[in-house]
Write a protein that binds this ligand. Structure first.
Ligand code: A3P
Length: 293
């Protein structure tokens, strides 16, 4: 079997990136956001797909079963910075979206978000996940997805993550800088993966109030039931089973969907070192993560 070619990481304006997220840079930076666009922003593996699907169902769940059974979620909620050979870029996909509001996802650090999103005062939802589960999820994702750099073994992967040497840069900078943005940009809603796991219905309510939506109790329940881990894992439109660079036999995209899986990966020594380093990098007492629930 052909061994897939893995991309290299490089420094891009001070952030570790891979070329498929920077190749369309000028078009990306000139992207024309519209005032009703909704941007879902995350560090990779923090729950992007989950929140994208919740929003897609809240806005377009009434459009009938065809949309839900025939259009992969990735096409309904384009990935803004993606640029792969022979495929439409994320910006082209977003420009062609037939529905309003446009739901768009990104993993960009806050300083790389195209200016028009801020100028148009778009609503932005940032989803954050605790660093330990986030790095475990990213490790398995890098193993199964040949579009990402070779992850190496777990121990070196973890070290690289702590050093900010992963695609989209430092997790620590990502979550902190987006958190700070909230102070000056009121249309930003910052939410946590752990809260979604704890009570998805409550989080859907909070999202609805941020978005000014008022679905009926039945509609909300339909959304909640459709976005459980098990139903999204079974659903070919949300489980990424058709993405060519992903090998689900190595690790499924819908892998575990839990809080605390890091305990099955971190050694005691790795955990101590991680905690020490974490304290140095995460000085803002207002930004608190839960590592278990
Ligand atoms: P794990 O690898 O820990 O299982 P992203 O969409 O940002 O790439 O994040 C993927 C992570 O979110 C994976 O984590 C995936 O299983 C988890 N996830 C996706 N949908 C979920 C759901 N409905 N419930 C819980 N976790 C979900």
């Amino acid at each position: 079997m052909e061994v897939p070619h893995r991309p290299e990481m490089f420094d891009f304006h001070g952030v570790c990136m891979v070329h498929q997220f920077t190749d369309n840079w000028d078009n990306l930076q000139n992207f024309k956001a519209r005032p009703d666009d909704i941007l879902i922003a995350t560090y990779p593996k923090a729950g992007t797909t989950w929140v994208s699907y919740i929003l897609d169902l809240l806005y377009f769940g009434h459009m009938g079963p065809d949309r839900q059974t025939s259009i992969p979620l990735n096409d309904r909620v384009p990935f803004l910075e993606i640029c792969k050979p022979c495929l439409p870029t994320g910006t082209e996909q977003a420009e062609k979206l037939p529905t309003t509001p446009r739901l768009i996802k990104t993993h960009l650090p806050v300083q790389f978000v195209p200016q028009s999103f801020w100028q148009q005062r778009c609503r932005i939802i940032y989803v954050a996940r605790n660093a330990k589960d986030n790095v475990v999820s990213y490790f398995h994702f890098a193993r199964m997805n040949s579009a990402l750099p070779e992850p190496g073994d777990w121990s070196s992967y973890l070290q690289g993550f702590m050093a900010g040497k992963r695609a989209f840069g430092s997790w620590y900078d990502h979550v902190n800088n987006w958190w700070e943005k909230k102070e000056t940009y009121s249309n930003l809603y910052y939410m946590f993966y752990e809260d979604l796991i704890e009570d998805c219905g409550r989080e859907i309510d909070r999202l609805c109030s941020f978005l000014g939506l008022s679905p009926s109790v039945e509609e909300k329940e339909r959304v909640r039931a459709s976005v459980t881990f098990d139903s999204m894992k079974q659903n070919k439109m949300t489980n990424n089973s058709a993405v060519k660079t992903m090998n689900h036999k190595v690790s499924p995209f819908m892998r575990k969907g839990k809080v605390g899986d890091w305990k099955n990966h971190f050694t005691v020594a790795q955990n101590e070192k991680f905690d020490e380093d974490y304290k140095q990098k995460m000085k803002n007492p207002d930004l608190k993560f839960r590592f278990e629930i």
